[in-house]
Design a protein around this ligand. Structure first.
Ligand SMILES: Nc1ncnc2c1ncn2[C@@H]1O[C@H](COP(=O)(O)OP(=O)(O)OP(=O)(O)O)[C@@H](O)[C@H]1O
Ligand SMILES: [Mg+2]
Length: 265
């Protein structure tokens, strides 16, 4: 059987638990239903604070978010079936093929990029990639997204500009070749050339087998990386789904009309 959806999210409710004040529970996702088709590019749009980054963190297994109810099923290709992932550790989800680029990638002074990337690839593949092969893959990927070779000799995101960090995220994605990549505002803060390089990095991987969930506020990126479906998240729920016409509508009208039609705000 060929699977239709790489991920199926059913009536997902989740809250944030403040680690400094564990009494403080903030409900954020209020019944998310979402299916991402295998081999397709989906996009999520939605106003600030609607829960987009929270949803991606919950899918990846960020420990500060707590699932109250609902389920997340991911296609496990080794077992040939969908499997619930909500109890899994982050590294188990990565091993299944899930990858997340952060809206605000963290800098890690002291963490050298080359060993970091090599370790990530080895963990994903479950086998050690020979150093020569790794270096060739790294050089090729850097060239393709036009990152200067010097970057590989620096510490992870340390002193990187906003746009350079986003390129670094795409570099990781190109090397790890995830089955399902969630890109949280990968287009924010990019200049026009960087936007094209980032879009190129996504399109290179979009081979009809891998799936993508692109979170964005603007249709610009979606003009380069053509989404098959767009979902609108509002107050922790998907309120609308459609094609590129939704992005056009938002660009022209903003969220007000769409939200009013759903009895919100
Ligand atoms: N760590 C946190 N601490 C406090 N509140 C949080 C935390 N994480 C999320 N929230 C709250 O949950 C809501 C959803 O946040 P989230 O970051 O998921 O929104 P978003 O849709 O990604 O917004 P944006 O478009 O601005 O990136 C917001 O009101 C936010 O303040
Ligand atoms: Mg966000």
């Amino acid at each position: 059987m060929k699977e239709k959806n790489i991920i199926i999210i059913n009536d997902l409710h989740a809250e944030f638990i403040d680690p400094r004040n564990p009494e403080n529970h903030i409900p954020i996702l209020r019944g998310v239903n979402l299916e991402v088709e295998k081999g397709k590019i989906h996009a999520i749009m939605g106003p600030n604070g609607s829960g987009k980054s929270t949803l991606s963190a919950v899918i990846m297994g960020h420990p500060h978010y707590h699932i109250l109810s609902g389920e997340i099923l991911f296609w496990d290709k080794d077992r040939g079936q969908h499997t619930p992932i909500q109890e899994m550790e982050v590294h188990e989800r990565a091993r299944l093929g899930i990858f997340l680029t952060f809206q605000q990638p963290v800098s890690v002074p002291g963490l050298a990029i080359i060993p970091f990337l090599r370790k990530a690839i080895n963990a994903r593949q479950g086998a050690d990639m020979p150093i020569k092969e790794f270096k060739m893959a790294l050089n090729k990927a850097m060239e393709e997204i036009r990152m200067k070779p010097e970057f590989a000799r620096r510490y992870l995101n340390d002193g990187f500009s906003g746009g350079e960090k986003k390129r670094m995220e795409i570099l990781q994605m190109k090397l790890l070749k995830p089955d399902f990549a969630i890109l949280d505002e990968i287009d924010s803060g990019l200049d026009i050339d960087a936007l094209k390089d980032v879009a190129g990095g996504i399109n290179d991987l979009a081979d009809g087998e891998r799936s993508f969930l692109i979170i964005t506020h603007y249709k610009r990126l979606l003009e380069y990386v053509k989404p098959d479906k767009i979902h609108i998240l509002f107050e922790g729920r998907i309120i609308e789904e459609g094609g590129m016409e939704l992005a056009e509508r938002l660009e022209n009208e903003g969220y007000d009309g769409m939200i009013a039609a759903h009895g919100g705000a």
